[in-house]
Design a protein around this ligand. Structure first.
Ligand SMILES: NC(=O)c1ccc[n+]([C@@H]2O[C@H](COP(=O)([O-])OP(=O)(O)OC[C@H]3O[C@@H](n4cnc5c(N)ncnc54)[C@H](OP(=O)(O)O)[C@@H]3O)[C@@H](O)[C@H]2O)c1
Length: 437
């Protein structure tokens, strides 16, 4: 049997501790399937005294992951610290500089610096594997990077944040408010104490940026993503969606259009009879549409120690199975220097159906005025429903719910802003995009 593959694990938190435990418990079966043993020879975390329930006997401890990357007796650095900058980035750079393969679950780092890191790895014939960075345990990176080679991908989209999906699912199933569901998610450990990054869509954006590069062979561009989170979704939206045959999900969507590549993260109405609409709770789902294979949908655990460690372990095993001089899998699916510059499609050119919910003054002529504004902007309606709004308001109001046929974002924005200037709208209009498979 070949020499053991020696790995150094930087970060022993939720994912790192699971990985160390799994490798320890499955040493024999891993050695058989990889043709060589996988041995953890070094680890690094901040607090040496923390009881992690791990057997670290015979493993060298480093307080500093960069020192570990530079000096430890390892072939692979596994970075499980997190964060686009700081210790994680410095350790990964030091490892590549030294000629070590790298495995990371760090979407923030890849979204910010993935192209540079991929180029650095390729220059030295090293592998940079990051399956766990997108949709946790679901093997979406390998599918795009390797299995779909030769396909032209037209659209990738998915539910990539378990916290948001958990909140939206509970809002729908139990009629609870966004705030109550968020508190519950925090109590159960599904949401951070500061949940902004998840609920405002930034976490999904990081994952989407990585998928976009793999899908379309372009440079990673996280700053060009249109971003809207779920904190404005109300029970009224959830109920209206259900009445109209839709469910609301936070989707990340990247698609090729004539104007360039569209990248967007926003609450989205999906037809309730589609598989993606049925993905509940913290589960993730990623759909890839391509010309040779057709439609692929992968559903599974998108987070959690073991599920994420499973993806990290797969990446480590790929390195164990590879042989020196044969490391030909480019990190981003093609050589970094042949990635095309990212060409951004403007969000205002996005085409699709829209759900528009307005609260309006209950007076004669309002419906006609709304219809006129829609017609002025060449928007045709699939349906329009009005409900009386009871409440303590002095002036009576009505809720108008419209679903449009395919139109552009610009037309919808112009129509809504004209209606706001007309003066009969009460409160803030709600606009939710509709996505169809
Ligand atoms: N958790 C998930 O479900 C999940 C899913 C997909 C991807 N990921 C990604 O996986 C990575 C790790 O996530 P996690 O949830 O395991 O994080 P975590 O539980 O917060 O653990 C982070 C670990 O990094 C260590 N660390 C932090 N700063 C350090 C430094 N300067 N030097 C050395 N060690 C340092 C911490 O040490 P101490 O323990 O001593 O504080 C801790 O062990 C992140 O990139 C995350 O985005 C996580």
């Amino acid at each position: 049997m070949a020499d053991a593959l020696k790995i150094g694990v930087a970060g022993l938190g939720t994912v790192g501790a699971s990985l160390v435990r799994i490798i320890h418990d499955r040493q024999e079966s891993l050695a058989v399937s990889c043709g060589r043993a996988i041995e953890i020879t070094a680890v690094s975390a901040r607090n040496r005294d923390k009881d992690r329930g791990l057997d670290l006997s015979g493993v060298t401890w480093f307080d500093d992951p960069v020192t570990m990357a530079k000096n430890a007796d390892i072939d692979v650095l596994v970075e499980l610290i997190g964060g686009a900058e700081g210790a994680a980035r410095a350790a990964v750079e030091a490892a590549l500089e030294r000629g070590l393969h790298v495995v990371t679950a760090n979407k923030a780092l890849l979204a910010e610096s993935g192209v540079e890191l991929a180029a650095a790895a390729e220059e030295k014939g090293l592998l940079l594997n990051f399956e766990a960075a997108v949709a946790g345990g679901i093997p979406v990176i390998k599918a795009m990077r390797e299995s779909l080679t030769g396909n032209t991908i037209s659209r990738v989209y998915g539910i990539m944040n378990g916290t948001c999906n958990y909140i939206l699912t509970r809002m729908e199933k139990e009629g609870l408010s966004f705030e109550d569901c968020l508190k519950e998610a925090q109590r159960l450990g599904y949401a951070e104490a500061d949940p902004t990054f998840d609920i405002e869509g930034n976490d999904t954006a990081h994952k989407l940026a990585i998928m976009t590069a793999l899908a379309f062979g372009c440079e990673i561009s996280c700053d060009d993503i249109y971003l809207e989170g779920i904190s404005n979704i109300t029970q009224e939206d959830i109920r209206a969606a259900s009445e109209l045959g839709y469910r609301i999900k936070l989707l990340g969507v990247a698609q090729r259009t004539e104007g360039g590549i569209e990248q967007r993260v926003h609450p989205t109405m999906v037809p309730h009879d589609t598989v993606i609409a049925q993905v509940d709770g913290v589960t993730n789902a990623v759909a890839i549409e391509s010309d040779i294979l057709g439609d692929l949908l992968m559903v599974g655990p998108g987070a959690g120690g073991d599920a994420t460690a499973s993806a990290v372990l797969g990446d480590v095993a790929d390195i164990a199975k590879s042989r020196p001089g044969t490391q030909t899998v480019a990190a981003l699916g093609r050589p970094a220097k042949s990635l095309e510059p990212y060409r951004r499609a403007r969000m205002r050119s996005h085409e699709g159906g829209y759900f528009i919910r307005l609260r309006v003054a209950d007076r004669i002529g309002v419906i006609a005025a709304i219809a006129r504004r829609m017609a002025d902007n060449q928007i045709s309606l699939e349906s329009i429903v009005q409900h009386s709004t009871n409440g303590s308001d002095e002036a009576p109001t009505k809720t108008i719910i419209m679903v449009t046929h395919a139109t552009t974002e610009l037309s919808v924005r112009n129509a809504v802003s004209s209606m706001e200037s007309d003066g009969y709208i009460v409160g803030k209009p709600q606009v939710i995009r509709i996505e169809k498979p």
